[in-house]
Design a binder for this molecule. Structure first.
Ligand code: CP
Length: 339
């Protein structure tokens, strides 16, 4: 196993000498990926560039490279997941890593083992990276402080979902050419959403304008400290936005009780074919999934020409490959042409 602690990356070197633009970053500064809030623009750009190279790998007849042949990745999901978990597993396998997906319900967590002890145990038996999803905000940070290897946050409580944010950035960049100058409306249950928080940081760092659109109960306290505009009127902002990013109401976090009725929510915030007729030309509709058809999005819109939901899911594999590759030093085994 080889571990890299917090890194003195090439961006810092670049600041001292030649202009920063002349020396592209080749690695991330930290050993972990916990949030987009603390990543630099150069680091985000590096991950996106690397993900583009990973898409080329995935398009090959044999979509696999030996970059992480000597590494072991453990998936530790304390909350349900379809997209994130499957794409991390596929990503690790495409890089030739050993992958172990822990069945938390059948693990010693049920016998009272702490997260810290579980993480140390996994490291002792060979984990070079732990990918963790947990319902408690801050759980991945706790694990990151407890182990020498890399920790990737696959979603923690309402706090952050950085790889979701990165795959969304990649998807918008592919569709729109550039993120700078785009108007992104994030619509729905912002208060309970880690995806919203990661996307607010990601999109605003890359120069987009972010508007959060929701009824008052779904706007979180402290929103004024984030780089966003707040609106309660979807119909008013609809004609001006380039991206409609929809969120589901997080019933598992009690969000259903925060509104008078779901029907009323649908009337004012549901994306229907009729509403799309009043949207800006070229608008795209995004959603992190899982979607609730007939609530935040009408079925005809979900399956219609505006949506890029399956592109987001596909880009998830490439972005997670890029993250694992960069954090685990995959360039030692397989050099990829970075654009
Ligand atoms: N977007 C997302 O995190 O989906 P899953 O819960 O299926 O992983």
């Amino acid at each position: 196993m080889s571990y890299r602690k917090s890194r003195a990356g090439s961006e810092q070197t670049a600041k001292k000498g030649a202009p920063q633009k002349a020396i592209p970053l080749t690695s991330l500064h930290e050993k972990d990926l916990l949030t987009l809030e603390t990543l630099s623009v150069s680091e985000i750009e590096l991950i996106l560039r690397t993900a583009e190279s990973m898409k080329e790998v995935l398009s090959r007849p044999v979509p696999r490279v030996p970059a992480l042949l000597d590494k072991t990745v453990v998936l530790l999901f304390y909350e349900p997941s379809t997209r994130t978990r499957a794409s991390f597993e596929l990503a690790a396998k495409a890089l030739s890593a050993n992958v172990s997906s822990l069945q938390v319900a059948a693990s010693s967590f049920k016998k009272g083992e702490s997260l810290k002890d579980a993480a140390r145990t996994l490291e002792a038996i060979g984990a070079d990276a732990i990918v963790i999803r947990h319902d408690a905000a801050g759980a991945p940070e706790l694990v990151a402080k407890s182990v020498k290897g890399s920790v990737i946050n696959a979603g923690d409580g309402r706090h952050a979902h950085p790889t979701q944010g990165l795959l969304d950035l990649l998807t918008v960049r592919e569709r729109k050419g550039d993120i700078r100058g785009q108007k992104i409306a994030i619509v729905g249950d912002i208060a309970h959403s880690r995806v919203a928080r990661s996307n607010i940081w990601g999109f605003s760092k890359l120069g987009a304008e972010v508007i959060v659109v929701a009824p008052k109960p779904y706007i979180p306290m402290g929103i004024e400290s984030m780089p966003v505009r707040v609106s309660h009127n979807l119909d008013e902002i609809l004609p001006e936005v380039d991206v409609l990013y929809l969120l589901r109401i997080q019933l598992e976090r009690g969000a259903g009780d925060w509104l008078p009725s779901i029907e009323e929510y649908v009337r004012f915030y549901g994306i229907t074919t009729e509403r799309m007729g009043r949207a800006k030309k070229g608008v795209i509709v995004m959603h992190p999934g899982p979607i609730n058809r007939g609530v935040e999005i009408e079925s005809a819109v979900a399956d219609g020409p505006y949506t890029v939901i399956l592109d987001q899911v596909q880009n998830g594999v490439a972005v997670r490959m890029a993250t694992l590759y960069l954090l685990l030093g995959g360039e030692k085994n397989a050099t990829l042409e970075l654009n």
